[in-house]
Design a protein around this ligand. Sequence first.
Ligand SMILES: Cc1cc2nc3c(=O)[nH]c(=O)nc-3n(C[C@H](O)[C@H](O)[C@H](O)COP(=O)(O)OP(=O)(O)OC[C@H]3O[C@@H](n4cnc5c(N)ncnc54)[C@H](O)[C@@H]3O)c2cc1C
Length: 222
Amino acid sequence: MKSHIVKIKSLSHVTHDVLRIVLEKPDNYLFTPGQATEIAINKKEWKKEKRPFTFTNLPDEDQLEFTIKTYPSHKGVTNELLSLKTGDELIIHEVWGAIAYKGEGVFIAGGAGVTPFLSIFRDLKSINQIGGNKLIFANKTKADIIHEKELKDLLCDGFINILSDEAVAGYAHGIITEKFLKENIDDFDKNFYICGPPPMMDAIQGYLTKLGVRDNSVVVEI
Ligand SMILES: Cc1cc2nc3c(=O)[nH]c(=O)nc-3n(C[C@H](O)[C@H](O)[C@H](O)COP(=O)(O)OP(=O)(O)OC[C@H]3O[C@@H](n4cnc5c(N)ncnc54)[C@H](O)[C@@H]3O)c2cc1C
């Protein structure tokens, strides 16, 4: 499998536990919005620890951007990323992934599951095609919402937040249920894009099936 050693151009926080990491882009390294690669840290003891992450910038830029939620308690790769700095090296691998835009619809994300949709929405914006796309974004608290302002600016009324662990005026409170989907989606004859923790994805796919959405209208990572 082909791999590339690339330098970190910048590293910053976008929320209290989510990093934005910008990397050099190897020549002829191509991806489409929604796709991912595996990343390892180029240090002796970490080289073999590969983890999947999604590109969050536009494919035609001359750098790569990742938006990565960190889990210090796992003592794994994302925790180690917190100690890196500009100029340190990562190893990126082949591009893969099944999530791709196939037309207007409803995007449903949980936490860092929004990353493939960031790249898709940024791409749609760049060609003026945001249209009637909608994002239902589930998080624990308001502070966990990744790029809230950007997503609000992009999607306007098509941006719906739901918070499970915090009651905040103007935000739905709870988890995504079948009732919540019915209340917030007016047309189920659309494309649905889902990305989040596996239990959330299973539950939502079940609700959508009950609400009459055909399997071939649902885009998920496989
Ligand atoms: C296709 C795809 C794309 C993805 N894209 C992104 C993205 O763009 N951004 C993003 O943030 N995430 C993304 N993810 C998720 C991301 O890959 C994981 O969050 C990441 O692999 C976690 O790596 P880690 O080494 O920090 O922790 P892990 O590999 O989860 O854990 C390291 C070790 O910690 C222990 N551990 C595991 N779970 C727990 C727990 N709950 N509590 C305590 N210890 C535990 C285990 O011993 C484990 O071996 C993506 C996943 C996939 C499949």
